[in-house]
Design a protein around this ligand. Structure first.
Ligand SMILES: [Zn+2]
Length: 60
């Protein structure tokens, strides 16, 4: 399974891979906190709340 940062609308070539949805979400969050901290800070609580489902919908 994988999740491409680009699929989330980011101008970034990072791709997260893992065996489970939970693993990918955890890695994606760690990557976002490290590289896209500004983006995370600019998100509203509503956007954050929908992030989980959004991430899951983009995992292939
Ligand atoms: Zn990225």
């Amino acid at each position: 399974m994988q999740l491409a940062c680009r699929d989330l609308g980011m101008d970034c070539d990072h791709v997260v891979t893992g065996d489970t949805v939970a693993e990918i979400k955890q890695k994606a969050l760690a990557h976002a906190q490290e590289v896209h901290a500004d983006m995370l800070r600019s998100m509203t609580p509503e956007q954050m709340a929908g992030m989980d489902q959004f991430l899951e919908s983009k995992i292939t």
